[in-house]
Design a protein around this ligand. Structure first.
Ligand code: NAP
Length: 242
């Protein structure tokens, strides 16, 4: 049994990733921050797919919480390790730079970028020892193109893209791959305040994407079939390129 951890796995894109990884036979650890009900619902759906899993509460932006939760899991699972990590948890706090508050900058950087270090650094150790691992980072079109009103979010996602490419080269020899998936506009709670009817005009495929359309790529990158792909950034954006 392969163990997979999806940060922010309770809702949206993370939830779809949990279900895809359950379909491909993974034991799925559903991380969440505050909404236990949604995490429990996702776990129930994982079990409906015939797989198993557990929920794991921690705030990805809080280094101590991350390390306590993950080291706790590792201590209780001697001989097993988490071989698939999907760094998906993320938030937006949009504001134009001239009005951006310190906490809007720091919260977005901590949750979207610093979390990459906190979670990955713990789990990578066993991947290296076992000479197999898959790290998949959910980034964004914003990190490639930059979007006005999202300097904090664009900076964080661009940071994860750089880290993806660097880490991929650091650990390729140990058969651990590191890739990023960059969604455009996807229908989730994160985008529910956006007007799809207006924004779809600039998307060649003429609509927002669904979480399952991102999860399909994540599932592929986690699979054995993706063994020769590392350091890649794969767009899932309906043709809305930079
Ligand atoms: P979403 O529907 O708002 O779901 C966010 C998920 O992240 C929830 O499960 C939430 O758990 C969790 N989360 C938030 N902050 C957390 C924290 N500090 N610690 C642990 N978990 C946390 O978001 P989404 O649209 O699925 O986005 C998922 C990822 O895709 C994000 O990285 C986002 O930046 C990226 N993305 C999304 C879009 C889009 O159009 N939706 C486009 C490009 C990239 P709780 O409910 O417990 O808070």
């Amino acid at each position: 049994m392969k163990y997979a951890l999806v940060t922010g796995g309770s809702r949206g894109i993370g939830k779809a990733c949990c279900l895809k990884l359950a379909e491909t036979g993974h034991y799925v650890i559903v991380n969440f921050n505050s909404n236990t009900d949604e995490a429990e619902k996702t776990l129930a759906l994982v079990r409906e797919k015939g797989s198993d899993g557990e929920i794991m509460k921690f705030d990805v932006s809080n280094q101590q919480e991350v390390e306590k939760a993950l080291h706790g899991w590792i201590e209780h699972h001697e001989g097993d390790y988490i071989s698939v990590l999907v760094n998906n948890a993320g938030i937006r706090k949009d504001a134009l730079i001239m009005w951006m508050k310190d906490d809007e900058w720091h919260d977005v950087i901590n949750t979207n970028l610093n979390s990459f270090l906190f979670v990955t650094r713990v789990l990578i150790q066993d991947m290296l020892i076992n000479k197999f691992g898959r790290i998949i980072n959910v980034v964004s079109l914003s990190g490639l193109k930059g979007l006005p009103g999202q300097a904090n979010y664009s900076a964080a996602k661009a940071g994860v893209i750089g880290a993806t490419k660097a880490l991929a080269q650091e650990i390729a020899k140990k058969r651990v791959t590191v890739n990023a998936v960059a969604p455009g506009f996807i229908r989730t709670d994160m985008t529910k305040d956006m007007d799809e009817s207006q924004l779809k005009a600039m998307i060649p495929l003429g609509r927002f994407g669904n979480p399952e359309e991102v999860a399909g790529i994540v599932g592929f990158l986690a699979s054995d079939e993706a063994s020769y792909i590392t350091g890649a950034v794969i767009n899932v954006n309906g043709g809305l390129y930079t």
